[in-house]
Design a protein around this ligand. Structure first.
Ligand code: FES
Length: 121
């Protein structure tokens, strides 16, 4: 069902933790599957210097939120806002169409974290 890259990232995520220093967070949940994600960002001079995520969910939710962090780290908030779920899926390789909503959840969590940052700064 999942490719090696996704399984590997699910087993050994690189960004799954709570950041010590953050100035924006975004939490999302999908009521139909019950999965939740919380993204933490640390923004300095409009650049996302650091990012992490805490995901409770399926293999694709954990992998997609982790790949999202990899894509976003070091980008400006404007560029990060242009990241689409398809960009995350592309990074993951082929995933079952039924699991595409997991990447949408990740992209939404990032948007919320950036909104939170903007509201607080
Ligand atoms: Fe819903 Fe993965 S099954 S986020």
């Amino acid at each position: 069902m999942y490719n090696e890259k996704v399984i590997e990232r699910f087993k050994h995520p690189k960004f799954h933790k709570k950041l010590k220093n953050f100035n924006g967070t975004g939490t999302v949940g999908n009521p139909s599957c019950g999965d939740t994600m919380k993204v933490y960002i640390n923004v300095k001079n409009d650049i996302i210097k650091d990012i992490s995520v805490e995901t409770m969910g399926c293999v694709a939710a954990i992998a997609s939120s982790d790949f999202l962090c990899e894509i976003v780290k070091g980008k400006t908030i404007d560029k990060a806002l242009k990241i689409k779920p398809q960009d995350i899926v592309k990074k993951m390789g082929k995933i079952p169409p039924i699991k595409h909503h997991c990447s949408i959840l990740a992209a939404d969590a990032l948007k919320k974290a950036i909104e939170d940052y903007k509201n607080n700064n």
